[in-house]
Design a protein around this ligand. Structure first.
Ligand SMILES: [Zn+2]
Ligand SMILES: [Zn+2]
Length: 146
């Protein structure tokens, strides 16, 4: 049996090599920390969480690394409409709920009919390469506060 960390590292290493990118300790640590956080994370949060293990880590580096991870399919960028982009270590199909009061983001286990949504756009000549649905409203805490 592989430890979860080995699997995480191997997934990253394979994706980097397949894409012709170098495997650096910085990339390995950032990918590990993202997996350890296990939730939707901003680049700032990731930089803060990884800072102790990567002294001198800069925010632009974290952004560039997250963009690379996204390109390699290792993270998903979530459009929440907020100011900071959120990165999701979960890349399997799920949707997102965003609280319009506190900005909390929750996973929603729902499959959407991407073909039905993309069809009319394609018919209008738009080159669709992704479909995302964001549900909005109040999270449990905010709605209980009234
Ligand atoms: Zn809320
Ligand atoms: Zn998610």
């Amino acid at each position: 049996m592989l430890s979860p960390q080995t699997t995480t590292d191997e997934r990253l290493t394979a994706a980097l090599r397949d894409g012709g990118h170098r495997v650096t300790s910085q990339r390995i640590v950032l990918h590990r920390v993202l997996a350890e956080l296990g939730r939707h994370t901003t680049a700032e949060e990731l930089a803060g969480a990884a800072g102790a293990r990567l002294p001198g880590l800069s925010l632009p580096t974290v952004y560039a690394t997250l963009e690379l991870f996204e390109e390699l399919g290792l993270v998903r960028r979530v459009s929440t409409g907020g100011s900071a982009a959120l990165y999701d270590p979960r890349t399997d199909e799920h949707q997102h709920f965003v609280c319009r009061r506190c900005g909390a983001v929750a996973d929603v286990e729902a499959a959407i009919d991407a073909a039905a949504l993309a069809g009319p756009a394609r018919a209008a000549g738009l080159a669709v390469d992704g479909v995302e649905v964001v549900l909005r409203g109040l999270c449990r805490e905010c709605s209980s506060r009234g």
